[in-house]
Design a binder for this molecule. Structure first.
Ligand code: FES
Length: 158
């Protein structure tokens, strides 16, 4: 039979106590964290990765929150008058967004019904799929704008 020495509680705690970080290690970790935070947005690009832009990854002042995607029905849309944008969802999960200014005389479109966006002024009608003109005097389609979906929230890039 072989007898092995049994460590005392002091020995056990001494060996299993987490190592204490030196100041050098702490400063190094802080420096790495600061550099990572500074360049976090660029690192994926440097590595050749493509990421979907999010509200947090876009520069401040260029994003306007529009609210939850649930406001935009499938096969329909919603006009956000304050943001001057109309967001549509022609098919489930496919969102399109257009400048709400009509290309005829600049009135804001105000309705989205039966797959069409309506302008109240003359009255021009546009398709929700691509903003092209269905009828009326508008000479051109509505101008597309970029709306980013993050989670279930919509953000307008201005
Ligand atoms: S301004 Fe929209 S149809 Fe004239």
């Amino acid at each position: 039979m072989v007898w092995l020495p049994v460590p005392s509680m002091d020995d056990w705690e001494g060996r299993h106590r987490p190592p204490r970080a030196s100041r050098r290690v702490l400063f190094g970790a802080a420096a790495v964290g600061a550099v990572t935070a500074l360049f976090a947005e660029r690192i994926p690009r440097w590595l050749g990765m493509r990421l979907t832009p999010t509200a947090n990854s876009l520069p401040a002042g260029t994003v306007r929150a529009l609210g939850p995607t649930a406001q935009v029905p499938v096969g329909g849309g919603k006009v956000f008058r304050a943001a001057k944008v109309v967001v549509t969802q022609p098919a489930a999960g496919t969102f399109k967004a257009f400048n709400a200014a009509c290309t005829h005389a600049g009135c804001l479109v105000d309705t989205v019904q039966d797959g069409k966006i309506g302008c109240p002024c003359h009255p021009g009608v546009f398709r929700i799929e691509d903003g092209t003109v269905v009828s009326g005097p508008p000479p051109r389609p509505l101008t597309p704008v970029t709306v980013t979906i993050q989670g279930n929230q919509m953000y307008l890039r201005t």
